[in-house]
Write a protein that binds this ligand. Structure first.
Ligand code: SIN
Length: 358
């Protein structure tokens, strides 16, 4: 007995040390994913567990989000940064520039393998597309949100965050451009949109199609976007502190030019017209847009419909009016591309090329 006791103790200690070394070794081999938290419903809290509307967005900090999903440790070594704490309707150009610069700095580091950005769902598609055009790396950048606050029964935030980290840690996600993951579905930043005010399956790429799924702790890809992104774009925000003012005018029956004139008077450098149908122009708007173009303001014809190509020289003589068409981009994404395009050129032919490239 006397001989046994110390030897069992050594065996137990040895086993503990081996398991500690094995754990440290696994952690060292795991991809390092940085979670940049910006707020939104994924970080929201409600009055009680059945509150799924009327809650407060952006209250829970990044470390609590991470701690709530211990399973993250299975797929990556995770660290978090609170870059802002906002409801995403308050996202703006200055915050995009700050976020994109931070992403570019982090992705240059050899010890960072990917980024996950937690974000409110309302403008998530816009931030994703902005980053898709200005991130200078092929390492994965994944945006994730949630439709239910963290305090709700069956909150979707934890599983969405787990899926986002898993996706960012997946080698196949390299070079795919900025990705959006919610509801087990992987979408490309360019094509995805929020399509329902409340349901968990709100993010859709609709006719252009999602890229893949997350299932059984694996990401499955079936397609990728043909449009240029990230390292292959001509946009560089490294030295930018402001973006040109571009506003959106929405088309509807009984259309007038009041909003457009206000934007022009406020100094807009570009206007996106989210027209009816194939980007049609009501007569008062056509006159006002023509006048605006003559003052040097860039005009892009988009559509309020949500699907399909706006045909160049279709519903308007774009060559003669010197307008640009948005291709399949919705108005809010066309605004982003036009802002970035205007940092490079004011030439409409060049800007039209960009709309067919990105
Ligand atoms: C927000 O966009 O910040 C609020 C809504 C959401 O995250 O679902």
């Amino acid at each position: 007995m006397r001989l046994h006791k110390p030897s069992s103790l050594f065996i137990v200690l040895g086993l503990l040390l081996c398991s500690a070394f094995a754990h440290a070794d696994t952690a060292a081999k795991q991809p390092h994913i940085v979670i940049l938290a910006t707020g939104g419903t994924i970080a929201g809290s409600g009055a009680d567990s059945t509150t799924t509307v009327g809650y407060t967005a952006a209250t829970v900090g990044v470390q609590r989000l991470i701690d709530a999903v211990p399973e993250l440790k299975k797929v990556a070594q995770v660290s978090g940064e609170q870059v802002m704490q906002i409801a995403s309707e308050n996202m703006n150009n200055a915050a995009w520039l700050e976020l994109a610069k931070r992403v570019n700095v982090l992705l240059k580091r050899a010890d960072v393998d990917g980024i996950v950005i937690t974000h409110g769902t309302d403008t998530l598609e816009e931030t994703a597309y902005f980053l898709d055009l200005v991130v200078k790396s092929s390492k994965p950048v994944v945006l994730v949100g949630a439709m239910r606050p963290s305090t709700a029964i069956s909150a979707d935030g934890p599983i969405n965050l787990y899926n986002a980290v898993l996706l960012a840690a997946t080698p196949e996600a390299n070079g795919k451009g900025v990705l959006v993951v919610l509801n087990d579905q992987i979408n490309a930043a360019r094509d995805v949109s929020k399509t329902n005010t409340a349901t968990l399956d709100t993010f859709k790429s609709s006719e252009l199609g999602l890229l893949g799924y997350i299932q059984g702790n694996r990401a499955y890809f079936y397609r990728s976007s043909t449009r240029k992104h990230t390292r292959d774009t001509e946009f560089d925000i490294a030295n930018l502190s402001v973006l040109p003012q571009v506003d959106i005018v929405y088309g509807y029956a009984n259309m007038n030019r009041i909003a457009l004139d206000a934007f022009v008077n406020a100094g807009a450098k570009g206007i996106i017209h989210a027209g009816t149908g194939d980007g049609s122009l009501a007569t008062p708007l056509k006159t006002a847009l023509t006048e605006a173009r003559k003052k040097g303001i860039l005009i892009v014809r988009a559509s309020r419909v949500g699907q399909g190509i706006v045909a160049r020289n279709g519903e308007a003589d774009d060559d003669q009016l010197d307008f640009v068409v948005a291709d399949t981009l919705n108005a809010q994404k066309a605004r982003i591309l036009l802002m970035l395009a205007l940092t490079r050129t004011a030439d409409t032919k060049e800007i039209q090329r960009m709309f067919y490239t990105y």
